[in-house]
Design a binder for this molecule. Structure first.
Ligand code: NAD
Ligand code: LMR
Length: 365
């Protein structure tokens, strides 16, 4: 590895570590990247934060892109001495792991350098909520972060760049990023609802006294907020509809929904900090599920730019049941939506419309 002092280039005191002969100019097709041994460039914003600390080591170990895919990590932080010092420590720890797949790191507070040539942009960096807040209360603080990040991605990332927004409120932040990234196809933007899917699966498995791997077809509809709808009607336990296995309808319609919808707040209450390791795990799961074929008949949850499926307003970043062939994804069509589900889906759509209106000035026409 070749170390260089980036201060002149990046305007920050953080060192970058680059591999000789690696280049920022590759703009090859995504599937080509995945099947070759040339490193994938993966940007993580908020790299010195809680989620970053749980996420980076899993990417570098191969958990996200598989055991043969080398990666170069682009670690992006705010231009703040404390944050950059912490990032330096993270870089040291990454080095100290001697990960065979980690072919370099770029640590910077400069968005242009940070997103240069990246194939994935994992937008984690944002302020977390405190106890008593809703995620949408963060829009005023966090929303503007995603304008400049969207612009920098459009200008500097590889043409195949996939962007996954984690920083809250993630659906509307993803809408802001997408809207500020002219030229980047809308279907390359995502917001994370996998943590909600994982939470829902575990609650159902516990109630049914079965293994979590037996819970499939769990779609979270809508917003990553208390209006989300984890769809237990279409979910299955060991191949059978959830309501056939868990006959306690009141538990499903009330306790289950509330537990999943308010799990983030319960963790903040207990830990004094928002979820981090489970969030990082959900980032790994989301990217993995988008880049590997979905098992036949199953689906997973991720917020994508609505094409009007299921009557949802076009252009909202809405969590749907999604399938992937490992290269392209699609919204699963024609799932039954009964009146109970329809009301829940309408409520979460209404909230996303409200959030969109709140950030109208951040959405270029
Ligand atoms: P944290 O405060 O521990 O870390 C955030 C990091 O982001 C900090 O190091 C900060 O310096 C950095 N940062 C802030 N603004 C930035 C910017 N403009 N560019 C680059 N870096 C920036 O927070 P955390 O616990 O890691 O959570 C990060 C975000 O993820 C929060 O908004 C949180 O609510 C959200 N989150 C989302 C989910 C989800 O399921 N979608 C789950 C958990 C947390
Ligand atoms: C979560 O769901 O744990 C995160 O979105 C953090 C939060 O604010 O709830």
């Amino acid at each position: 590895m070749l170390w260089s002092d980036p201060a002149a280039t990046f305007g920050s005191p953080v060192r970058t570590c680059e591999v000789p002969n690696s280049t920022y100019s590759a703009r090859s097709n995504w599937i080509t990247h995945m099947s070759s041994t040339s490193p994938l460039r993966v940007a993580v914003t908020g790299a010195a934060g809680q989620i970053g600390y749980s996420l980076l080591f899993r990417i570098a170990s191969g958990a996200m892109f598989g055991p043969t895919q080398p990666v170069i990590l682009h670690l992006i932080e705010i231009p703040d001495e404390k944050a950059l010092r912490a990032l330096q420590g993270v870089c040291m720890e990454l080095e100290d792991c001697a990960f065979p797949l980690l072919k370099g790191t770029v640590a910077t507070s400069d968005l242009n350098a940070g997103f240069q040539g990246v194939n994935w942009a994992l937008l984690v960096g944002a302020v977390p909520r405190k106890a008593g807040m809703e995620r949408k209360d963060l829009l005023g603080i966090n929303g503007k972060i995603f304008t400049s990040q969207g612009q920098a991605i459009a200008q500097h990332a590889a043409s195949d760049v996939r962007t996954l927004v984690v920083g809250n409120p993630c659906n509307t932040n993803a809408l802001i990023a997408l809207s500020n990234a002219p030229g980047v196809p809308r279907d390359q933007f995502f917001a994370m609802t996998m943590l909600d899917e994982n939470r829902a699966k575990t609650q159902l498995a516990k109630k049914a006294s079965t293994d979590v791997t037996g819970v499939t077809n769990l779609a979270v509809w809508g917003n990553h907020s208390t209006t989300m709808f984890p769809d237990f009607f279409n979910a299955k336990i060991n191949g059978r509809p959830v309501p056939d296995i868990i006959g306690h309808r009141e538990w499903l319609e009330k306790d289950f929904l509330t537990t999943v919808q308010k799990r983030g707040a319960a963790i903040i209450e207990a830990r004094g900090l928002s979820s981090a390791a489970s969030a990082a795990n959900a980032v790994v799961d989301t990217v993995r599920k988008l880049t590997t074929p979905t098992p036949t008949g199953d689906w997973f949850s991720v917020a994508v730019c609505s094409d009007g499926s299921y009557g949802i307003e076009k252009g909202l970043m809405f969590s749907y049941p999604v399938r992937s062939d490992g290269r392209k994804w699609e919204i699963v069509q024609d799932l039954p939506v009964n009146p109970f589900s329809q009301a829940k889906i309408a409520a979460t759509e209404a909230e996303l419309k409200e959030e969109k209106a709140l950030v109208a000035e951040l959405l270029p026409r």
